[in-house]
Design a protein around this ligand. Sequence first.
Ligand SMILES: *Cc1c(COP(=O)(O)O)cnc(C)c1O
Length: 245
Amino acid sequence: MTVGEAGGRAKELAENLAALRVRLAAACDRAGRDVAEITVIAVTKTWPASDVRLLADLGLTDIGENRDAEAAPKAAECADLPLTWHFVGQLQSRKCRSVVRYADFVHSVDRPHLVRVLAAEARKAGRVITGLVQVNFDPEGGTSPPSGAPRGGIRPGGAVALADEVASEDSLRLGGVMAVAPLGAPPREAFEKLAEIAAEVRARHPGATIISAGMTGDLEEAIEAGATHVRIGTALLGARRPFVR
Ligand SMILES: *Cc1c(COP(=O)(O)O)cnc(C)c1O
């Protein structure tokens, strides 16, 4: 990359961040909330480590990724930066050993077996990982998007018990809950249900204050429903190129 290109990208990211801040402020205004309550996680999947660096220069140090194969080398390339890494994608048990090395937060804890493996790997690595219970609000039955990829998350009825399991592990800290809006349904209802589950979890575990909800398309609804963490890719970095496996 030439100096000119790097400068252009820095300017683009700064402009995107400024526009995002306007959206966040307006959403908080409408919801009667303080924008300081909202943590922006920049989801940098498909974008290079150089963009992570530029975001850090802009003060965005919470970075989200959804695939270990991409996140691990990117985190290594940025090891000199004071970043907090959030793993937000579906997590296979066999990837836990790698993920616990760089991730501070795992937003996609969605089954008891994953709790046990994540806890064991964190313990071995001498780390404490903050886990969020991901809740799946997709309609029962057809849960596969057109790509055929399965969608993560535990059904709402199982979320509190899974949160208890996370809290019981000494190498995990229960952070709260996370959700992605359901496919083909307005996000508001799901985010409101997520907030109810979050309250139930918080009543049992007062430290579990995080509600991770809201992406580029639905951050307003998420903030209105009480989200504390929004996960933003497109609005900050631009449209991702189609993903080819
Ligand atoms: C990609 C991704 C995001 C960001 O999505 P945008 O719509 O680009 O803002 C947020 N959360 C998860 C789990 C993602 O995979």
